[in-house]
Design a protein around this ligand. Sequence first.
Ligand SMILES: *Cc1c(COP(=O)(O)O)cnc(C)c1O
Length: 341
Amino acid sequence: MQSVDLRSDTVTTPTAAMRRAMADAEVGDDVFGDDPTVNRLEGLVAEMLGTEASLFLPSGTQSNLVALLCHCGRGDEYIVGDAAHTYGYEGGGASVLGSIQPQVVPVADDGTLPVDAVERVVKPVDPHFARTRLVSVENTIGGRALPLGYLPDLRVSVDRHGLALHLDGARLMNAAVHHGVAAVDITRHVDTVSLCLSKGLGAPVGSVLAGPSDFVAEARRWRKVVGGGMRQAGIIAAAGIVALTDHVERLADDHANATRLAEGLGQIPGVEDVACHTNMVFARFPAPAQAVLVDELASRGVKVLAAPAPAVVRFVTHLDVDSAGIDHALASMAEICQIHR
Ligand SMILES: *Cc1c(COP(=O)(O)O)cnc(C)c1O
C-alpha cells in the first residue's frame, strides 16, 4: 500500500548522505570540547545565525529550557505566547526546573505577540511582582512565518524595558525560506536563538542554541546540569551539518507541496477552512468526526494528526513527502469525504 506520513516534519529518517557523514565523522569527547564535528557544527550555526557562538543539544525542548535557565533566575518571569511550544508543550520545564514564571500573552492571527500586549504585562520593579526578564517568541509558529517588520519593532520595545529577547526558531529556516531572506536577517533582532535540526531539515537528532559567547558558556553549564552533555556526539552532529548544508533551500519544495495539498483539499466537497502556512496545512472537516477521519486516513496509509481545534486536521510536509504522497493524501481525502457525505 502506498503511504505518506504527514503527522510532523520530525518523522524524516536520515538520508544516505547523512548516514555516510555519520559513519565517517571524526569524533571526540564533547564534554571536554574535543569533538571536532560538534565544534564544526557549532561554528557553522554561529556563522549562519550571526552569533558569536552556539551549543549543540539533544533536543529543542532542552535547548529552550537551557535558554530560559540562562536568561532567568528563580522568581523571574518570561513573556510568552499562549500557543508557544515553550509554554505549552515542554512539560512546564522552566517552572518545574527553574522556578521561572510564564506571563502569557495571546498569540495574534499573524503569529505575533502584539507589542502593546507585551508592554502591558511588563512588571514594574516592586516586591509584589515577579521580575520580568525576557520575551520569548516563536518563528515559525503553527507554520506561520512572523512578518519581517515585527521583530525590529519588538526589539525597540524590549530594549526600552531592559529585557532580553529569545527566539524559539525550531523552524526558523522555514521562515527564512518563506520570506526569501537569510536566517541572519531574522536573527539579528534577537539575543538568542534555538534551532531544531530534526524538524524539516531532516537530521535524526539535535538542536542548536546560539547567542553571545558568555551566554553560550553559561548554556554549556546548564546543559550539563540538565543531563545534556554528550560524549562522541559528532556522530549525530555530522547529520546536522549535512542538514544545514543541503536541506535549507529545499524547504521551498515542502512549502510548494503544502500549497498544492491545501489547494487540492479546498476543492474537495465537505472540506472547510483550509489554511496553509509554510509546510503546514490545517483543514476543517465537519464530517466524519475527527477521530474517525484520522483512522480512515491511516487505514489508507495516510498518517495525520488531529489538531487541538475541533474537527481540524493538521498535515505537515517534509523531506520524505513527495508529489506522489500529496496525490495519495488528496485521493484518500476525497474518497473518505465522498463516503461520509
Ligand atoms: C519541536 C519543537 C520544539 C522542541 O523540539 P524537540 O526536539 O521536539 O524537543 C520547540 N519549539 C518548537 C516550535 C517546536 O516545533
